[in-house]
Write a protein that binds this ligand. Structure first.
Ligand code: COA
Length: 147
């Protein structure tokens, strides 16, 4: 399946909710949170679309990766990697940061492969008491301009 990565549009919200429902083990965002993010960061809210929307990523202009989800049956096909690579391309010279649950081993492995390293462990960071890890991807030498 050909996948296109493009900025979010208001008509995407319903499909995004279907993807978000499969976000576990990440904490799920509510419909209003997705809606507000799409208004606040329209250029920093990217969707991966095949025949339907199969994933999305939201990041701030300062490089905070707010949320990333790929629909369950489309995982391990490189779509998450493509989304993060697009964030990297659109954030020239900016180190990327994010929080991940300690127990989210799949995501931890995924980010490690993309060059993220642990900066800090945050005790009981999540509402259910689980610890969080702050991860950062430093900007590699020479990777400073959008191409
Ligand atoms: C994390 C997530 C976005 C990865 O998306 P994806 O499209 O499946 O990732 P990719 O196919 O690009 O994976 C690239 C590599 O990362 C690693 N990886 C990805 N998911 C993994 C998993 N569950 N377990 C172990 N390694 C994993 C693998 O090395 C993989 O390469 P491989 O498939 O050739 O072995 C997806 O699993 C997801 O949506 N999870 C639920 C939400 C979530 O946890 N988001 C991040 C929270 S901060």
């Amino acid at each position: 399946m050909d996948i296109t990565i493009r900025p979010v549009q208001s008509r995407d919200l319903l499909q995004l909710l279907r993807v978000e429902a499969q976000a576990a083990p990440k904490s799920q965002l509510a419909a209003w949170e997705l809606f507000l993010l799409s208004i606040r960061y329209p250029e920093n809210f990217l969707v991966a679309e095949g025949e339907e929307i199969v994933g999305y990523v939201v990041f701030t202009p300062k490089g905070h990766l707010v949320s990333l989800v790929v629909a369950r049956r489309h995982r391990r096909q490189g779509i998450g990697t493509r989304l993060v690579e697009e964030v990297i391309r659109r954030s020239p010279g900016i180190p990327l940061r994010l929080e991940v649950r300690v127990g989210n081993h799949g995501a931890r492995r995924f980010y490690e492969r993309l060059g993220f390293g642990q900066v800090e462990k945050m005790e009981s960071y999540y509402a259910d008491g689980e610890d969080g890890l702050l991860l950062e991807r430093a900007v590699p030498e020479g990777e400073t301009r959008e191409e």
